[in-house]
Design a protein around this ligand. Structure first.
Ligand code: NAD
Length: 513
């Protein structure tokens, strides 16, 4: 039996037939190739799922299409009620699901719970939204005419998600898509397939209890080839894809080639600007959490600190001191701050980034290292590193999905820091630490940060669901979650109604017969 109650959590999630620690457990979801899920926490096999074949995919799309024809006619507030029940189930299962997220993905148990809380939050948001999917009423230029707009569901929303938020990203999409009247087909990351199975079981139960077709929520498994089924499929009007910029460029082109819609949530290269007026204590907590939380594998992880030269040494020393306090180990043990990377490939990328930055002239001030020995058997635990670097280094311009923090120095005005912060290809999250109102407002102004998220006296990671989430440039331009992000899941229709016995034409055009 596993410590930290993993066995019990799997049982509560209905995954007991996936035998932990053996290679015999097969959860049958299809007949394709087996994907085995290994925990980066201890290297053990958690279970296997089968990937979806093309034939099975065809069946899934037929099931989803049929379900859509029913679901779109269910009034939106009633769809909201289903999402409310789903949120209730998530409340009941918050601990086991949070544990599975932590064990399969490797983030701390606290962050695993936080991820499930985000799912609950977006459900609550979507329930309220289900009564507010409103369009505008406009004044017609023609007498006796009424003009308004309404939003109708799109159909099937295809969701492709990344390993680092194995459950929340799905719910950001589905909770909104469902109240909008869409049905969803989800391909989770092949690195976290059991999180996908667990979520699907939870919603399937809610749908069953309400006599609704399970096709409202469909799960397909596999690697990028299964994702490609969706990006090329014209029966899927919207593909929401979260992952690397490399993946986003491929998916966007495939979807655009058939003039479908894509919602892209791609890589970030997020910076915190630290000005002479910053609160250093807050800066250190925000920067360290942002850089090492989820072992540096959040799209919003802090990768660059842009520090004013006048306080550079002070901040650097405080950071180095803080890094000495970090405890690295099993993320289910709440005494630890930093868990493992997702897999051995990620460890390779971490090593290679450290090597590259050294070759480019970076000065490593907190050394990185792959940890070994007791508790580190999976080979996925690495030491968070800090490197003094230059913004122009090739490796600094890239997103390395690992806990490597680059310190960059600026002099003069805050404009110089903003220019550096913007001088990367990605545009997801950004932050400024300052108690100076003028600096803060310049950072938020039209000439300020070019990112989708710009924070003042908060780090780069840890967004709330109420705001629209996403970023510009190579981050892909999509927005999910709060505000009016729901509109992407619907099609807008403009309606003009003539209640007279005349047929006046717009723009006063005369046409008599
Ligand atoms: P990845 O790009 O390797 O994979 C993401 C998903 O895309 C997986 O499900 C994968 O199977 C699928 N995929 C890959 N190639 C595909 C293709 N050609 N066609 C269709 N599907 C394809 O990313 P990852 O390593 O799982 O996740 C890390 C990346 O995700 C980072 O770049 C991170 O910044 C990004 N991310 C972004 C956000 C955001 O909201 N902006 C959130 C989480 C993660």
């Amino acid at each position: 039996a596993l410590s930290f109650g993993i066995d019990e959590a799997l049982k509560q999630l209905g995954l007991q037939e996936i035998n932990h620690g053996t290679s015999t457990g097969v959860h049958s979801f299809g007949s394709g190739e087996l994907i085995e899920s290994f925990s980066p926490v201890d290297g053990q096999s958690i279970g296997k799922v089968t990937s979806t074949t093309k034939e099975e995919y065809e069946k899934v799309i037929q099931t989803a299409t049929k379900a859509f024809h029913h679901w779109r006619k269910v009034p939106a507030p009633q769809r909201g009620e289903i999402v409310r029940q789903f949120g209730e189930k998530l409340r009941e299962l918050k601990e086991p699901l949070g544990k599975l997220v932590s064990y399969e993905m490797g983030k701390s148990y606290q962050e695993g719970l936080g991820e499930v809380q985000e799912m609950i939050d977006i459900c609550d948001f979507a329930v309220g939204l289900s009564r507010q999917l409103h369009g505008l009423t406009m004044h017609s230029e023609r007498p006796g005419h009424r003009m308004y707009e309404q939003y109708h569901p799109l159909g099937i929303a295809g969701i492709i998600s990344a390993f680092n938020f194995p459950v929340a990203v799905w719910s950001w999409n589905t909770a909104l898509a469902w109240v909008c009247g869409d049905v969803c087909v989800w391909k989770p990351s092949e690195k976290t397939p059991l999180c996908g199975v667990a979520c699907q079981s939870i919603i399937a139960e809610v749908l069953r209890e309400n006599n609704l077709p399970e096709g409202i929520s469909c799960l397909i498994n596999g690697d990028y080839t299964v994702g490609e089924f969706m990006s090329h499929d014209k029966r899927i009007p919207l593909v929401s894809a979260t992952g690397s910029t490399r993946m986003g460029k491929i998916v966007a082109q495939a979807v655009a080639a058939r003039l479908g819609k894509s919602l892209l949530e791609l890589g970030g290269n997020n910076a915190i600007i630290v000005t002479p007026d910053a609160d250093i204590k807050m800066t250190v907590i925000g920067a360290v959490f942002g850089a090492v939380g989820t072992a540096g594998q959040r799209c919003t992880s802090t990768r660059r600190l842009i520090i004013h030269e006048s306080i550079y040494d002070k901040v650097k020393k405080a950071l180095v001191d803080a890094y000495q306090q970090l405890r690295i180990g099993n993320p289910l043990d709440e005494n630890n701050h930093v868990g493992p990377l997702i897999d051995l490939d990620a460890v390779k990328m971490y090593n290679s980034a450290l090597q590259k930055v050294a070759e480019e002239g970076g000065n490593i001030i907190v050394e990185g290292e792959v940890l070994s020995g007791e508790g580190y058997e999976s080979g996925c635990y690495v030491k968070p590193a800090i490197v003094e670097a230059d913004n122009t280094f090739k490796i600094v311009q890239e997103e390395t999905f690992a806990p490597i923090l680059y310190l960059l120095k600026y002099s003069g005005d805050v404009e110089n820091a903003i220019a550096m912060q913007n001088d990367v290809a990605q545009g997801l999250s950004s932050a400024i630490m300052t108690n100076n109102l003028r600096e803060a407002e310049r950072f938020l102004s039209v000439a300020g940060s070019d990112c989708g998220i710009a924070n003042v006296n908060i780090g780069t990671s840890g967004a709330e669901i109420g705001g629209a989430f996403g970023g510009e440039k190579e981050t892909g331009g999509g927005r999910e979650s709060g505000s009016d992000a729901w509109k992407v899941y619907m099609r807008r229709q403009t309606n003009t109604i003539n209640y007279t016995a005349e047929l006046p034409l717009a723009q006063g055009i005369k046409f008599d017969l």
